[in-house]
Design a protein around this ligand. Structure first.
Ligand code: AMP
Length: 336
């Protein structure tokens, strides 16, 4: 058996359905760690051989020994990071797919910026304080989930007015880039040294993605402000002539990651970009693990269809990497 008795385990949320389904497709047993009353999807879709129920994901560490005795490899995703926290992930003894040490470079906005700068990417400006706002700016909160509470300001006055309801929260003020948002999903194999382009999505955010349905006059009359709370993801293909640049950016991020952390980043990651009308990419964020925008492609994307003979989700690609590592006795290369 290619899986050598290993099981793939993750927390039941975010992108767990495709991770577990992909693991089964690659011949692994699977475990979903679910919060009570949130386990139905994992039973319904038959992706989990075993379900472990917790009162709260925050209690994940309590079942770690159980996962170890089951010979599990855990796969991180957004909810996993949020619930277990980067500090505790570093202490995990259960085998973990990916480089734990790179996570703090995603979580800390200043460190993230340093990483992307080292990669030579174009980033939106950061303003030192509200007095420096001289072009439209987006105000982002630390640890904000999915853009909740973010707002726009074009001046110090507007900033002062809008920050009122967010008193006490840490924030950054970033130049607002007008253009088309595109989220790029990559996979980097430490075994083959190849970067793969898995898919793209754009976000569906409330209310910014629906505000154009109301005439500008009505927007003003209603005193509407934009907000960026994520509600879903929309699949996308990009203009083909942009692909060389997209590969180049991904490769630069991998090279830079090796300068900041010895083993660098491997496995899935995503760049959040805005493309301006002159087709320049601004990168405003990196996710150093699988992103939920890949959920569209459980049966593969237009790009994975070109590369693989079978449907290849990002979740399945993770298990394929683990399987290849087991087969070539290099499991330690994909565990962090
Ligand atoms: P984030 O939490 O950083 O992913 O941002 C949430 C949303 O805010 C994004 O999906 C974009 O719609 C928007 N956004 C964030 N930063 C910028 C920026 N610098 N310029 C334009 N839009 C942005």
């Amino acid at each position: 058996m290619g899986s050598r008795g290993f099981k793939i385990a993750t927390i039941g949320s975010h992108s767990a359905l495709q991770i577990l389904r992909g693991a089964k497709d690659e011949g692994f047993g699977t475990i979903a760690v679910c919060e009570k009353e949130r386990d139905e999807p994992y039973r319904h879709f038959g992706v989990a051989d075993r379900i472990i129920l917790l009162d709260s994901f925050k209690k994940f560490m309590e079942i770690e020994n159980d996962l170890i005795s089951e010979n599990s490899i855990v796969i991180p995703h957004g909810t996993f990071l949020d619930a277990v926290t980067t500090e505790k992930i570093e202490l995990l003894k259960v085998p973990y797919f990916g480089n734990k040490k790179i996570l703090k470079w995603e979580v800390d906005r200043a460190m993230q910026r340093e990483w992307l700068r080292k990669a030579g990417l174009t980033l939106p400006r950061i303003f030192r304080g509200p007095d420096d706002i001289d072009v439209p700016a987006i105000i982002k909160f630390y640890g904000a989930k999915g853009g909740k509470g973010f707002f726009l300001a074009k001046s110090r006055d507007e900033f002062d007015r809008k920050i009122e309801e967010h008193k006490g929260k840490a924030y950054i003020i970033q130049e607002y880039i007008v253009g088309a948002p595109i989220y790029i999903h990559y996979f980097y194999s430490p075994l083959s040294g190849e970067i793969e382009l898995m898919s793209f999505d754009k976000r569906y955010e409330s209310n910014v993605d629906s505000i154009g349905r109301i005439a500008a006059k009505d927007q003003l009359d209603m005193g509407l402000d934009t907000s960026y709370n994520i509600t879903g993801n929309v699949p996308l293909v990009v203009r083909e002539s942009l692909l060389p640049k997209i590969f180049e950016m991904g490769r630069a991020v991998i090279e830079a990651s090796k300068k900041i952390e010895k083993r660098g980043i491997f496995g899935p990651f995503s760049l959040e970009t805005v493309i301006t009308p002159d087709l320049k990419f601004y990168v405003f964020e990196i996710s150093a693990r699988i992103v939920a925008g890949t959920n569209h492609y459980i049966s593969g994307s237009p790009y994975t269809a070109l590369k693989y003979k079978e449907p290849m989700s990002t979740g399945r690609r993770i298990s394929r990497e683990i399987r290849n590592a087991i087969a070539s006795d290099q499991l330690c290369k994909v565990l962090g």
